[in-house]
Design a protein around this ligand. Structure first.
Ligand SMILES: [Zn+2]
Length: 252
């Protein structure tokens, strides 16, 4: 995977600040991808994008991750540790072209949800109506339905609940990185719960943090030496750090 230069990190931060979370995830993944590009990634299973984001995170800050979620029972912050390696190993299980689902007399041809689907559904349903969002997502990802006793195609919205549940299970199995679930226990109230680790939000927070530090570096060196932003960003990280230590008096 390509490692981003300091200038690219700042450019990404600049471009993605005002984007939606889904649009931002795609832009970050496209920046480290070997050439599939934004549009190509938008059509792939969500987990393929998650894997690229985890690789970006490894390149930026290493594999170990410490994250925080809110306990659903008492509201306390619960910290947990995870790592990019075991999550990236799940990418081998992502199925780009799944087999049709056979359940209850139905044959359902389907595909895994992509970021393109998530963006389209968010545009149509708004963030306030998760039920409508789920129905729209199902409609987009179900390509064809046939029932063994009928010749006419069946609409995704007319599928029985049991078939929809089987399809949901099949989608989770075919894209285990679409939702990264972590089993946790709250140290304050003791309740056990499952949290969803939002890899895209986590990586974006790190890009923001990296960009803030770079801006401070540029500011300090521009003031001291009169260098331009381009001059400072062109320095290797060790040289930039060495000049900063000279400026702050740590390196005589
Ligand atoms: Zn709790």
């Amino acid at each position: 995977m390509r490692v981003l230069s300091a200038g690219e990190v700042l450019r990404l931060w600049d471009e993605c600040r005002d984007a939606s979370p889904d649009g931002r995830a795609l832009a970050l993944a496209a920046a480290v991808d070997g050439g599939t590009g934004f549009a190509g990634l938008a059509d792939r299973p969500v987990g393929r994008v998650t894997a690229l984001l985890l690789r970006l995170r490894t390149a930026l800050s290493g594999p170990e991750m410490s994250a925080t979620v809110t306990c659903p029972d008492c509201g306390q912050a619960v910290e947990f540790q995870t790592a990019t390696g075991p999550l990236l190993a799940l990418e081998d299980k992502v199925v780009d072209s799944p087999q049709p689902l056979l359940h209850g007399g139905y044959e359902v041809t389907w595909r895994c949800p992509s970021y393109g689907d998530l963006l389209a559904v968010a545009e149509q349903s708004g963030a306030e109506d998760p039920d409508r969002g789920a129905a729209l997502l199902l409609d987009r990802c179900v390509q064809r339905v046939r029932h063994e006793e009928g010749t006419a195609p069946v609409a995704a919205a007319d599928l029985p609940v049991a078939v929809c549940e089987a399809l949901s299970d099949a989608m989770s199995a075919a894209d285990p990185l679409a939702d990264v679930l972590v089993d946790l226990r709250c140290p304050d109230c003791g309740v056990q719960f499952t949290a969803c680790f939002d890899a895209a939000a986590f990586v974006w927070a790190e890009v923001e943090s990296r960009a803030r530090h770079l801006l401070l570096d540029v500011d300090a060196l521009a003031r001291s030496y009169g260098w331009s932003e381009r001059d400072v960003l062109a320095l290797s990280e060790p040289r930039r750090a060495a000049y900063l230590r000279i400026v702050t008096g740590e390196l005589p």
